[in-house]
Design a protein around this ligand. Structure first.
Ligand SMILES: O=C1O[C@H](COP(=O)(O)O)[C@@H](O)[C@H](O)[C@H]1O
Length: 273
């Protein structure tokens, strides 16, 4: 990783996840920019493209440093391809749209070609939008933009930048929801999301778990219970949260958690990290 803000602690949890704890969201955001810029450099050099999947929600604000110096001027934005891990079935200019949030806070500030930003088709139903997004991903696999994992048969995105809800959900995969059990589709849909709006499309767990790299970006005290359940020492007995189901099949590296002090406040003892 290039030089950047130093986390308060860096621990590898059970050999699987790297957990970085930062003093505050500002320092986290700087380190996330470094991490992303380094992976961008690696993938652009190695394969001439960088496929990045982003979530909506609080994650998007934490991308802001990428649109500032030195990253804004040094990243090879022309080679970026940006996808959405989930989308709400609303028009692209609706306040609930993940695309709108990403466009307003990040995409409009950097030089990614418009044709490399893959938003869902707002004119379709939830089911139609999921089918359409999956078909477009398959086309991009056929043209070599997205890699395919021979091991899993699912697309292998270079980096997923994901948030987590206070209930431990990731993308539009909520605790106890049937979408979590999807094993075949690349993109699935729901009309019963417990968090409004109810109609959404989402990349599925097997796709998330086929990624080369995943960053879980979790900030604020409201997430501290879920962080504790996911990473704390007493997390054995309850049903797994969706975020705990993120386990990379054949990633080059571990899942990296970017947390601030508030989100990790319940991981008090050294053994919890
Ligand atoms: O509904 C959603 O929520 C999650 C978490 O959002 P946050 O604001 O609590 O970080 C988000 O990652 C997802 O993309 C979004 O559709």
């Amino acid at each position: 990783m290039a030089s950047g803000t130093t986390p308060l602690s860096t621990e590898t949890k059970k050999g699987e996840s790297r957990v970085l704890v930062f003093e505050n969201e500002e320092e986290l955001s700087e380190s996330l920019a470094n991490f992303t810029a380094d992976l961008s450099e690696k993938f652009c050099r190695e394969r001439g493209a960088f496929t990045v999947v982003i979530s909506g929600g609080s994650l998007v604000k934490s991308l802001r440093k990428l649109a500032e110096s030195p990253y804004a001027d040094t990243i090879d934005w022309g080679k970026w391809h940006v996808f959405f891990v989930d989308e709400r079935v609303v028009p692209k200019d609706h306040p609930d749209s993940n695309y709108k949030l990403a466009y307003d806070l990040f995409l409009s500030k950097v030089d990614i070609p418009a044709g490399h930003v893959y938003a869902s088709n707002e004119s379709l139903s939830a089911e139609g939008a999921a089918d359409d997004y999956e078909m477009r991903l398959k086309h991009l696999v056929n043209t070599g933009v997205i890699q395919l994992s021979r091991e899993t048969g699912f697309p292998r995105f270079d980096l997923m930048l994901l948030g987590m809800g206070p209930d431990g959900h990731i993308a539009s995969l909520f605790p106890g929801h049937p979408l979590l059990k999807e094993e075949k589709r690349w993109v699935s849909f729901t009309t019963t999301s417990p968090k409004p709006p109810p109609e959404r499309i989402s990349l599925t767990l097997p796709v998330i778990n086929t990624s080369a790299f995943v960053a879980l970006v979790v900030t604020g005290a409201g997430k501290s219970d879920a962080v504790y359940q996911a990473l704390g020492s007493e997390n054995g007995s309850s049903p797994l949260l969706p975020v705990q189901m993120v386990k990379l099949h054949d990633g080059y590296g571990a899942v990296t958690w970017f947390t601030d002090k508030a989100a990790s406040s319940k991981l008090q003892s050294k053994s919890d990290l």
